[in-house]
Design a binder for this molecule. Sequence first.
Ligand SMILES: *[C@@H]1O[C@H](CO)[C@@H](O)[C@H](O)[C@H]1NC(C)=O
Ligand SMILES: *[C@@H]1O[C@H](CO)[C@@H](O)[C@H](O)[C@H]1NC(C)=O
Ligand SMILES: *[C@@H]1O[C@H](CO)[C@@H](O)[C@H](O)[C@H]1NC(C)=O
Ligand SMILES: *[C@@H]1O[C@H](CO)[C@@H](O)[C@H](O)[C@H]1NC(C)=O
Ligand SMILES: *[C@@H]1O[C@H](CO)[C@@H](O)[C@H](O)[C@H]1NC(C)=O
Length: 473
Amino acid sequence: MTRSTSRAGHQPNLWLLFILRLRKCFQLRYLLTILICLILLTYLRLISHAPSDQLLFDNLKPVVEEEKNYLDNANSNKCDFKEIESLLRYTSLKNSKNDSRPRPTIERLHTLFQILISSEDKYREIFKYLNIFRFSDIHNTLRPYSNNTERLYDIYCMFQRYITISDNGHIDIAPSFIQYLKQVSSYLSDGYNSQHLQWNKTSINDIQKPVVILAANTHFYPMLQASMRTINQYLKDYKVVIYDLGLSSIQLNMTQENCDRCVIIKFPFHVVETVAPHVRMLGSFAWKPIVIQDALRRFGSIIYGDTSVRYKTSNFNRLLIDNLIRGFSCRELPSHYVSCYTLSKTFTWFNDTFKTFEDIYIAEAGFLAVTDNFLSRLILKTWVTCALDSDCIAPIKSKTECKRLTVQANVHRYDQSAMVIVLSYYFFPSSRHNDKSEPAPYDMYSSIQASIADVRRAEGDPNYFTTKKNLNQ
Ligand SMILES: *[C@@H]1O[C@H](CO)[C@@H](O)[C@H](O)[C@H]1NC(C)=O
Ligand SMILES: *[C@@H]1O[C@H](CO)[C@@H](O)[C@H](O)[C@H]1NC(C)=O
Ligand SMILES: *[C@@H]1O[C@H](CO)[C@@H](O)[C@H](O)[C@H]1NC(C)=O
Ligand SMILES: *[C@@H]1O[C@H](CO)[C@@H](O)[C@H](O)[C@H]1NC(C)=O
Ligand SMILES: *[C@@H]1O[C@H](CO)[C@@H](O)[C@H](O)[C@H]1NC(C)=O
């Protein structure tokens, strides 16, 4: 895509000025004609689908979207479960021992879905903007991401097979869903010790190229540049999207001047802040799940890196192949346990306690690969719902409680704490011996046993982008 979203984002102001000026010269009917033309034009652009447009686009979007139901033509007889069937036949290489670590169960998922459903009305407008489905109306709210209706049908088929919500709100989770999740986890965990046939069979040309995502405010601009240096080095032919969490106009201009392929998207504070004002406090990290979700619905497959991420390779093949199954991957921090890095009230929000998470490693949310599928729709919906509620992602008057001694008390990892709790509803833990766990099914290390990116906090490169650089990138 060549269009800059940042420029599109400024359009409403220009239009407003334009119209105000016109008003002085023209009569009302001319103004009306222009307005109607505008609406028509926007509608035409909408139906030809321009995913990266901003404000101008968004004002009209919900109205139009309500009319189109993408699933009216979906026929459940056409559901093709071929890939799932082969996964269901997969024989795990390991006998997983029965320990006390959390895992997907009908009861846990039932409780979780109830919690999620209870906030669907409150976050209705935000979900509409972010294209997050509502359990209470799956048929009308499940939307294609990046215009991929094939994938949408696959996702819909999975819902029909495994999760039914009746009109009176009764949640029916098929026991076979747990079996499916078990197979997914076993298969992925086994990648740590043995090669998946799929890794050699799948051509990378058949896999959608992910879009590289970053987010920054003014303070992180030098770090953003340092990260961009490595992106330009290793990911030269990838599309890059930068979420603007509060960059200055000079920084925006410099970014655009130095990086033709960079698309800048304004973070949708205006959409979230009435119901979730804490998102503006960037230290709550609630913006991150929202950035991931917004990017995923626009592009369908993404690699997100904090500005501290320094890329070391462009070979993400195995990661992307496995992501077709698991939808979501991150990096665990071995020997660091969720219970010691999470305030108790976050567990309470999930109707759980720290005790459940004593033996689960926390993971970093600073480097993620996410691909749209059935599982990532569920994971992102859960993670974003938590992020929108300050009682979940950034609780106050709460303590950390854990059996292992930590150096500091009351440590909390916000988005990361929430993320690992969320993942525990959809993935089974990997085997654990002598206080050491093998990489979780969602850990990138189960796909690629190498360091593919470094993290360098607070290391900036303030002069990588310059005001008058004219690179042809
Ligand atoms: C694992 O433990 C649970 C509860 O402790 C029990 O219901 C289940 O049957 C056990 N599974 C296996 C394979 O031993
Ligand atoms: C949460 O836990 C409480 C107490 O254990 C229980 O009464 C309540 O029904 C649970 N909520 C859900 C949604 O399951
Ligand atoms: C969106 O998908 C439809 C149907 O699959 C296709 O006809 C159309 O060209 C696509 N539009 C874009 C912008 O990719
Ligand atoms: C896949 O290919 C690699 C390198 O070409 C090879 O080393 C490996 O044995 C192959 N794995 C399988 C399962 O065929
Ligand atoms: C950046 O600012 C300069 C000077 O104001 C302007 O000429 C240029 O078009 C701007 N570039 C972009 C990409 O907005």
